[in-house]
Design a protein around this ligand. Structure first.
Ligand code: OGA
Ligand code: FE2
Length: 384
C-alpha cells in the first residue's frame, strides 16, 4: 500500500492534463481487476476446449447415422447404442462406396474386416468369423434329422429349422447374437426381440429363387412381430425384417452362391427382370446373369438392409434392390444361418412392442426372484 501511495503521490503532480486516466491505468486495483478478468478468460477458453474434447469423444454412439469410422485403418471403438425404447434410434452403417473396407472389433482383441459390396441394397461382407469354424455341421445335421423340417416348394428347395438365442440359450447361440448386435450397432433390445436363428440346409440340387426377405410398407399391412401387441386388425401381414445377417456355415463344393441380381442397377423396373425369356429371379438357370454373387465361404457373412431409411432415423420404404436368392447347389451341401432383425416401419407400433417386451421380461425376473429369495424350504429334500 505504501508503495502505491508513493507512486500516486509521485506521479500525481507531474501530470499536466486530467490525471484520472493514467492514474487509473497504472493503479494496483485496476491491475488486480485486469488480472482477474484475464484469468477468467483463460479459464473459460480452457473449459470450452475441455467440453469440445469430451463431447467429440462420445459423439459416435448417439447419432442416428452413427457408423464405424470411415477410415479403413484404425479399428473404431464400438459404443453400443442404448437407451429406453422411448428414445429408440436406429443407427444405419455407412457404405461410403463399393469396395470400401472397415475394420471392426466384434469381440475384444480380434479384428474383423468388413467390405461394402453394394450400395443398392446397402450390403456388406464380413470376413474371419472364426467362431463359425468351430460349429460342427454334423451336429446341425443330427438335430435336423430329429426335427420336423420344412421341405421344399417351387420357390425354394431346402430344409430349415429355428434355434433359440435368447436368455439361457447355448453360449454359441448367445455369442452369435452378441456379434450381430456389434455388427449392426442396432439397439440390443431390438436384436434380442427378433426372430431366432434360422439354419438352412440345401442339398445338391437345392436353390432359393430371388425374393425379398421383407414385405412392402402399406398402411393396411401389419408386421408379424408387432401384430399381437399392437392389437391391430390389419388385413395383411408381413415379416418386417430391417436387416438380414446371413452366415455361411460351410464351404460349398459347387454353386450355392447368394445372388443379388439387380444390386447397384441404375434404375429399378420390375419388367427388366424378365427379358427375352430370361427371368433373372430364376436361381436354378440364370444366376450367372445377375449383377452380384457372393461365394459361400465358411466363417464369413453378408448383411444388408431390406428397407431404406425414412430420412429421420427410422425405417422407410422397402428397398427393391434387396432382391436376392440362393443359386443352385451343383455339388455337395450348403449350410447357412439367417439372423433377421425385426423392426416395424411404424415407429409407434415398434415402441409399443418394445415396452411390452420389457414389461414381460421384468415380470419374468420378478417371478424368478420370488422363487430364489424364498429360502424357507431350502432344507427340505424332495424326491422326484
Ligand atoms: C434366405 C436366403 C440365400 C442363400 O434364406 O432367405 O435368401 O444364399 N438365402 O441361401
Ligand atoms: Fe432371403
Amino acid at each position: 500500500m505504501a508503495a502505491a501511495t508513493e507512486e500516486e503521490e509521485e506521479e500525481g503532480p507531474s501530470l499536466p492534463g486530467p490525471p484520472i486516466g493514467r492514474r487509473a491505468v497504472c493503479s494496483r486495483p485496476y491491475f488486480v481487476v485486469l488480472m482477474v478478468f484475464a484469468h477468467l478468460y483463460v479459464l473459460n477458453v480452457l473449459g470450452l476446449l475441455l467440453f469440445v474434447h469430451i463431447s467429440s469423444d462420445d459423439g459416435g454412439g448417439g447419432g442416428e447415422t452413427a457408423g464405424p469410422a470411415q477410415d479403413s485403418n484404425p479399428a473404431p471403438p464400438l459404443p453400443l447404442p442404448q437407451g429406453s425404447s422411448r428414445s429408440l434410434a436406429l443407427p444405419r452403417l455407412e457404405g461410403i462406396k463399393v469396395g470400401h473396407k472397415q475394420r471392426l472389433e466384434l469381440v475384444p482383441n480380434k479384428v474383423h474386416s468388413m467390405k461394402t459390396l453394394s450400395l443398392k441394397p446397402l450390403l456388406f461382407g464380413v470376413l474371419s468369423l472364426e467362431e463359425f469354424k468351430q460349429l460342427n455341421i454334423r451336429d446341425f445335421h443330427k438335430y435336423m434329422g430329429s426335427q420336423k423340417v420344412k421341405m421344399s416348394d417351387l420357390v425354394r428347395n431346402s430344409q430349415h429349422t429355428w434355434l433359440y438365442q435368447g436368455e439361457g440359450a447355448h453360449q454359441v447361440m448367445r455369442s452369435i447374437r452378441q456379434r450381430v448386435i456389434h455388427l449392426t450397432r442396432l439397439p440390443p433390445e431390438i436384436v434380442e426381440h427378433s426372430e431366432p436363428l434360422q439354419v438352412v440346409r440345401y442339398d445338391q440340387g437345392g436353390h432359393y429363387h430371388a425374393h425379398m426377405d421383407s414385405g412392402p410398407v402399406f398402411p393396411e399391412t401389419a408386421c408379424t412381430h408387432t401384430k399381437l401387441v399392437a392389437n391391430e386388425t390389419a388385413p395383411f401381414e408381413t415379416s418386417c425384417r430391417y436387416v438380414t445377417v446371413l452366415f455361411y456355415l460351410n464351404n460349398v463344393t459347387g454353386g450355392g452362391e447368394t445372388t443379388f441380381p439387380i444390386a447397384d442397377n441404375r434404375t429399378y423396373e420390375e419388367m427388366s427382370l424378365i427379358q427375352n425369356d430370361i427371368d433373372l429371379r430364376d436361381t436354378r438357370k440364370h444366376c450367372d446373369k445377375g449383377n452380384l454373387r457372393v461365394k459361400p465361404l465358411q466363417g464369413t457373412a453378408v448383411f444388408w438392409y431390406n428397407y431404406l431409411s425414412d430420412g429421420e432415423g427410422w425405417v422407410g420404404d422397402l428397398d427393391e434392390y434387396s432382391l436376392h436368392g440362393g443359386c443352385l447347389v451343383t455339388e455337395g451341401t450348403k449350410w447357412i444361418a439367417n439372423n433377421w432383425i425385426n423392426v416395424d416401419p411404424n415407429k409407434r407400433r415398434q415402441l409399443q412392442f418394445q415396452d411390452e417386451m420389457a414389461r414381460y421380461t421384468n415380470k419374468e425376473e420378478e417371478d424368478q426372484n420370488e422363487w430364489t429369495v424364498d429360502k424357507s424350504y431350502s432344507h427340505v429334500h424332495v424326491e422326484l
